[in-house]
Design a protein around this ligand. Structure first.
Ligand code: COA
Length: 133
């Protein structure tokens, strides 16, 4: 929660929340947190992407990513990076779709290795680098 509050406070320009409102109230359907990499301000790093189960498969994650990229605060962004574990098919499909729709390449490499960085406790996180936009 503390981490999410910091993201909303300091990284709001590169994060987004999707909310559905009706007469009964509001429901959060999706959230993306991201930041501009401090030493490479032309690169948007996407930290977390989550869409509630009921709202998946309707283009919401893709629309939220595009929404961030279209903001004036991202006018100098020419690359997007994120990390994905090999088994996260939905996430690969999301970023492959963004790459295709933007007519840009997606390069894959190891960023954080299961044994070297996570002492065997977590799957390898692959860096997906998309661009140039
Ligand atoms: C990954 C996630 C955010 C995708 O959200 P979503 O709103 O359903 O994605 P979209 O509807 O925008 O789909 C984008 C593309 O990915 C594809 N896709 C989405 N989920 C998929 C799945 N489970 N299997 C295969 N393809 C999938 C869609 O078909 C679409 O491709 P297209 O544009 O070529 O038609 C969602 O599944 C989720 O919240 N997962 C759990 C959290 C997570 O793993 N986050 C990533 C790590 S932080």
């Amino acid at each position: 929660m503390y981490c999410n509050l910091l993201q909303c406070q300091h990284f709001a320009d590169t994060s987004v929340v999707s909310v559905q409102s009706d007469s009964t109230g509001e429901e959060m359907l999706g959230f993306i947190s991201g930041y501009l990499i401090p030493e490479r301000k032309n690169t948007l790093f996407i930290w977390q992407v989550a869409v509630s189960e009921a709202a998946r498969g309707r283009g919401l994650a893709l629309a939220m990513l595009q929404h961030i990229l279209d903001r004036p605060q991202c006018s100098d962004v020419s690359y997007l990076e994120t990390t994905i574990t090999e088994s996260n098919r939905a996430s690969w499909a999301l970023f492959e779709s963004l790459s295709k729709k933007s007519h840009t390449a997606l390069e894959k490499s190891i960023m954080f290795d299961r044994d070297e960085h996570f002492a065997g406790d977590h799957e390898t996180e692959y860096l997906a680098r998309i661009g140039p936009f």
